[in-house]
Design a protein around this ligand. Structure first.
Ligand code: ZN
Length: 435
């Protein structure tokens, strides 16, 4: 374990630790396959004991096939005077992901066919990939593109596309029960902080947190390349996951300081939906709720026909809704320690609520006398205190039919405020679990 990260899960300091990890992972050039993913997973292993898996190119995974492995060493464009005007070493977004190797002199008009830029964001370098169609390309700012003079250019890409494998990371943390909670994030994006090193960082620290807690459920943490990675992972594990998963979270774009966003599972009424909505309403009532029709990322695979896992997406500002999305403006200034902390805290509360969620039943018939058990104030100046009021209301619905999250929703008290009430009632031998 690396002592560089101080594990202070209950304070905002955890945001600083997550940010430090994001910063460390930022320069690595990742793609859906290749050494960038391996190097990133190796860094994660310093924090959590993930197992890495290598699935060979050409392996059939459902209706898909693992592509060839892509690696890149260097790339640049030289102008006529030999100046390096575009340099992969300065920003790995400059090369379109999965670009074929090239070393060639060409003129500007031919070069233009291989350039990508964003008219509406002239400062930004776009993030472009072409995994399944062979091509090569450079991504530059629109401002730079406009300044390119007529003449000869040399393009050089030292990349390699060959049979290799797809790499992913997995960590199963066993609990008392076989029933599982899935937390999945994608590790295939190059140097962009919010999409998705934020997700990688928050998920890694959630794993670190839950691994050190007593727990009821088994936790399945998955660090995969987006889409092809979840398809691959599901093709190997879907039967077990379908049998055991009670709630799942797809974690991405969780590092900015702006909003919180939620995409429901396909059915919309799973335990994952219920717990996330309850926590969001209590903590961040102004969150943005999207429809399942706006799903993307690996949630699409986890909820695909026949798989149908109860998986929701939790984000801060939703992908495609921020202008920094998929370009070089999604940098280390766009994510903050505070933003990362907020997402970590939200998901941590979701997991806590799942762990504590039971159908409780008051043991006695009728309303229990709280005063004789020291649970009711003897002298009440302004009526009963809030905690007494919450306890009385909790008891009112603790009939074995409602679980803790239901009661939290009905009595409009955040679920975390009910934990000490449950403890007090249990200590007074007033509460039992529904059989
Ligand atoms: Zn993305």
């Amino acid at each position: 374990m690396n002592n560089e990260y101080i594990m202070d899960f209950d304070s905002k300091n955890i945001g600083k630790n997550i940010y430090a990890l994001v910063k460390r992972l930022f320069p690595i050039c990742r793609s859906i396959t290749g050494n960038g993913v391996r190097e990133s997973l190796k860094i994660l292993k310093e924090i959590i004991p993930i197992t890495t898996h290598e699935i060979p190119s050409g392996t059939k995974v459902f209706d898909w096939e693992i592509p060839e492995e892509w690696n890149i060493n260097d790339a640049y464009i030289l102008d006529e005077e030999g100046n390096k005007i575009v340099d992969f070493q300065k920003n790995n977004l400059h090369v379109a992901g999965y670009s074929m190797p090239i070393n060639k002199e060409l003129d500007l008009s031919e070069l233009q066919d291989h350039l990508f830029s964003l008219k509406e964001l002239p400062e930004a370098i776009p993030y472009i990939t072409s995994y399944y169609q062979k091509m090569w390309g450079f991504c530059i700012s629109h401002n730079q593109r406009n300044k390119l003079k007529k003449g000869k250019y040399r393009v050089f890409i030292d990349s390699e596309l060959k049979k290799g494998s797809l790499t992913y990371g997995e960590l199963i943390i066993p609990g008392k029960l076989k029933k599982e909670i899935l937390l999945s994030t994608y590790v295939c994006h190059p140097s962009m902080a919010n999409d998705n090193l934020s997700g990688v960082g928050v998920t890694a620290f959630l794993a670190k947190w839950i691994a050190n807690k007593p727990r009821k459920y088994t936790y399945r943490f998955v660090f995969i390349p987006e889409t092809i990675g979840s398809i691959t992972y599901l093709s190997k594990n879907w039967k077990k996951m379908k049998k055991n998963t009670i709630a799942g979270f797809n974690i991405g774009c969780v590092g900015d300081d702006k909003s919180y966003s939620f995409i429901p599972s396909k059915k919309g009424n799973s335990l994952a939906d219920k717990v996330t909505l309850s926590i969001l309403k209590s903590k961040h009532p102004n969150f943005n709720q999207f429809s399942y029709l706006e799903r993307f990322s690996d949630q699409r695979q986890y909820c695909s026909p026949g798989i149908d896992l109860p998986v929701v997406s939790v984000m801060r500002t939703k992908y495609k809704e921020f202008s920094e999305y998929h370009n070089s403006l999604d940098n280390l200034n766009f994510v903050t320690a505070n933003g990362l902390y907020g997402a970590f805290d939200l998901l941590k509360e979701c997991l806590k609520a799942l762990e504590n969620n039971e159908k409780y039943k008051i043991k006695c018939l009728g309303d229990p006398q709280l005063g004789k058990r020291g649970l009711y104030p003897n002298l009440s100046k302004n009526g009963s205190s809030d905690i007494t009021k919450d306890m009385v209301n909790f008891i009112g619905y603790a009939d074995g039919n409602n679980d803790l999250i239901d009661i939290s929703n009905i009595i409009k008290v955040p679920v975390w405020k009910l934990y000490p009430i449950v403890k007090k009632l249990e200590n007074s031998n007033l509460l039992t679990l529904k059989e």
